[in-house]
Design a protein around this ligand. Structure first.
Ligand SMILES: C[S@@+](CC[C@H](N)C(=O)[O-])C[C@H]1O[C@@H](n2cnc3c(N)ncnc32)[C@H](O)[C@@H]1O
Length: 226
């Protein structure tokens, strides 16, 4: 696993803390994002009573759908390193009155837990220095029965492909420090490379896999059983 860069991690965490309110709005109101989250959660095939970990949970936009699937007897644990995002996720839990949903501050590359029935990560992979190693770490360390990833990257098919230049600009404008150009690679290239590596690792390591693209080919959804 490539060594995490503490400066980049601290800067990225501060970025998401600062922008948590605006990010939360986008994470819940952007066109099509609810459907994508619902499909991500469906792909986990959760049962009542399951324990599911949402790594890099941000402001907790996926927590409601996860809580609905595992029911009051299951457990949902979110992990994120940005204090502002964690505070917002906790406020969401408080408002909903869920007693079996918790969010802790921690590193998504080493979630502070020993077992989960399922692991999910949405829009996180582009921020991880070595996503393939992290996916393997989740599988080996948490021993889940299911794992699912949802990410955005450049589109390789129509109708999205002609819009890639716009996507690149959006990535550049919104890139948190951990995904900004380094070693001469643009933020969009870093994102593409990381998303491809993580999804490939999941698809090569798991059985009963599914992989689809949505939103004009910009959204990548992969799931499987380790
Ligand atoms: C684009 S947001 C996605 C949030 C959420 N999963 C969603 O779908 O809305 C990425 C989140 O990952 C968190 N993150 C990035 N790298 C992390 C790491 N190494 N450990 C913990 N959290 C991390 C950031 O703080 C941020 O909240």
């Amino acid at each position: 696993m490539s060594a995490p860069d503490p400066d980049r991690a601290t800067a990225a965490s501060a970025f998401y803390s600062r922008w948590a309110p605006g990010y939360d709005y986008l994470a819940t109101h952007a066109p099509g994002v609810r459907r994508l989250r619902a499909d991500l959660v469906d792909s986990l095939d959760l049962s009542p009573g399951d324990t599911v970990v949402d790594v890099g949970c941000g402001t907790g936009a996926t927590l409601p759908a996860l809580r609905e699937r595992v029911g009051p007897e299951g457990r949902v644990v979110g992990v994120d390193f940005a204090s502002g995002a964690v505070a917002r996720a906790r406020a969401r839990i408080e408002r909903a009155g869920w007693r079996n949903v918790a969010v802790c501050r921690g590193d998504a590359t080493r979630p502070p837990l020993c077992h989960a029935d399922a692991v999910v990560a949405s829009f996180l992979i582009g921020m991880l220095p070595d996503p393939a190693a992290t996916v393997r770490e989740w599988i080996d360390g948490l021993g889940p029965d299911r794992i699912a990833l949802l990410d955005l990257a450049r589109s390789h098919r129509s109708p999205g492909r002609p819009l890639n230049p716009l996507f690149r600009l959006a990535v550049r404008a919104s890139a948190p420090p951990g995904t900004r150009a380094h070693h001469g690679e643009s933020p969009a290239r870093v994102l593409d490379r990381r998303v491809a590596a993580a999804h490939r690792t999941l698809l090569e390591t798991c059985t009963a896999t599914s992989h689809e693209t949505r939103a004009g080919g910009f959204a990548y959804l992969s799931a499987g059983r380790p």
